[in-house]
Write a protein that binds this ligand. Sequence first.
Ligand SMILES: [Zn+2]
Length: 403
Amino acid sequence: MANIRKNTGATHLLPLLLAAALTTKALASQSEVPADAETHGSPATNTLTVSAGDTLESLLDQAGLSPELRREATLAIEAHYDVTKLSPGQTLRFYWHPFSSPRLERIEMTVEGGAKIAIDFSDTVTARRLEPELENYDRTAIGRIDGSLYDTLAKLDAPQRFAVDLPEMLGNLVAFNRDLRGGEPIALVWREQQSPDGVRMGDQLLRYVRLELTDRVLEIVLDADEATAALIYQNGKPVRRLAKPVTGARLSSVFGKRLHPVFGTMRMHTGVDYAASRGTPVRATSSGRIAFMGRLRGYGRVVDIDHGNGTITRYAHLAGFAAELATGRSVIAGSVIGRVGASGTATGPNLHYEVRLDGQPVDPLSSSREIASKDRQPNDDDRNKLQTYRFLFPTLLADSEMG
Ligand SMILES: [Zn+2]
């Protein structure tokens, strides 16, 4: 397990914060020369950490601010922040002019969600709120399959929702519950966003997966936004390019016999359902040609895409179709074809996604036939990405030392 992180300064800040927490009381009597001052041209700084019982007033006093400056600073802060909400762990960082006798230039106070209130002391005292600058981190995890995919990801501290994505993408290449016996090496790269104080925010986006089975190595390289497409390689050869029909959606119903949510009887569910909010873009999962678009009984508004080789994908309950869509048109993996809706027989907005082989619905998550994808040849961008990720895992994981 390793993190690839851009240097943000957040790591070198931590010791200072810890030091400040330990020296808060000591500082009260020596604010003229802050204990952890850095005095090489840039402003000297020291940090106070809020402890139980502290008030803004008491902290500014500890820092050595005159009553007048304390009053002005408090007024400026109050315009942006309810100071009665000050709670242990928040920090106030003081920036002092490096040359003249200690003169305060700026205070930065951490508030919720990684944001800060910055108070500048020039002719007038002004405060403004600084929203956190989210940093993208590519994180990696290496391990072995141990129990279910879900369990494995949990042990690797990787997002567990990838346990839904992987079988979906590798559907016809690996039967996760049959082919995996445990111990297979797996490596993942995903992107996540963090605020400067290390709080994970936003979505985690899968970028690369390598899964090594006894007889073959599978790799998935995903596009930047995870929406357009993923290219899947088997033993280094591209075998499939596909996209998710909807992103950020929850698989709400699987293929097979089920108690029908509307009719209340046992019926065959001929596809999988993704619960998603109305209007979410629906994308072609693989390249093909629009074979049908229109209304079809309980399916409501439907798009059928013919991928050749007797394979059709169906997207149902749509709220509407993409403007430029027309029967006979070609689409590629990731093309937007419509929007999630609840047309036809549906309890709420969801995408019903179906794969049909020679007219028969099959389980989209484990269909055995390759959906023909003519656009599966890697372009330069694909090749560059693959090289980049392979650079992170230069040897077969099975041959390398894994923790
Ligand atoms: Zn359905």
